[in-house]
Design a protein around this ligand. Structure first.
Ligand SMILES: O=P(O)(O)OC[C@H]1O[C@H](OP(=O)(O)OP(=O)(O)O)[C@H](O)[C@@H]1O
Length: 186
């Protein structure tokens, strides 16, 4: 785990970062994702699982846009743990709701190498989910995708840089930022 960044460093990272998407653009992408989810899942009474921590902000913004019955729970699993390169997936919290014979919608902030969502999809299938769908606010564009190739529902693409904001962290910081940014030099 990286040491905590101090406030001055956090502010400097944000000041030097390149903005990739504004809050308005993200909001439009969330509207589009919500519309697509609604068309496909409106009569399925899905269990929506936010993948913490990064899924917190996208799920919090997406779920109120779904105007049909859903159940909400979360999974806490992490493979970056504040670093900029992923490792093995650590499971911190499994969902409390039974997934047996349910339609499941996983909500995450970013699909990068695809290993997190792939592992969580497999877990849900092992728990007896009837169907598992994935939503990722952002897909990173590169050729290193070794897990899930694409989310079923997605809104934005980002280049092959380390990004933060709207749930995504840089060294466990800056998740709250109301836009999507790429770290200067990364
Ligand atoms: O496609 P992958 O390469 O697996 O990366 C994507 C995952 O990485 C981030 O989580 P992280 O492990 O950083 O934990 P966090 O949600 O606490 O930030 C992000 O929230 C995704 O879950």
């Amino acid at each position: 785990m990286n040491p905590q960044l101090d406030i001055e460093t956090i502010e400097a990272v944000l000041a030097k970062a390149d903005q990739l998407y504004t809050e308005r653009e993200i909001s439009a992408a969330l509207d589009e994702i919500a519309g697509n989810i609604t068309r496909q899942l409106h009569n399925k009474h899905p269990v929506c699982l936010s993948i913490m921590l990064g899924g917190l902000v996208p799920a919090g913004q997406l779920l109120p846009r779904l105007n049909f019955p859903v159940e909400i729970d979360y999974i806490h699993a992490t493979r970056y743990r504040g670093a900029t390169e992923g490792n093995e997936l650590h499971w911190i919290k499994y969902p409390s709701i039974s997934l047996e014979n349910r339609t499941v919608l996983l909500i995450d902030d970013i699909l990068d190498e695809g290993l997190t969502l792939q592992a969580v999809v497999e877990y849900c299938q092992q728990q007896g989910a009837e169907q598992v769908f994935t939503a990722a606010l952002v897909e990173k564009q590169h050729k290193r995708r070794i897990g899930l190739q694409h989310a079923d529902f997605t809104g934005l693409t980002v280049p092959d840089r380390y990004v933060f904001g709207y749930g995504m962290d840089y060294q466990n910081q800056l998740r709250y930022v109301a836009g999507i940014y790429a770290v200067h030099g990364l």
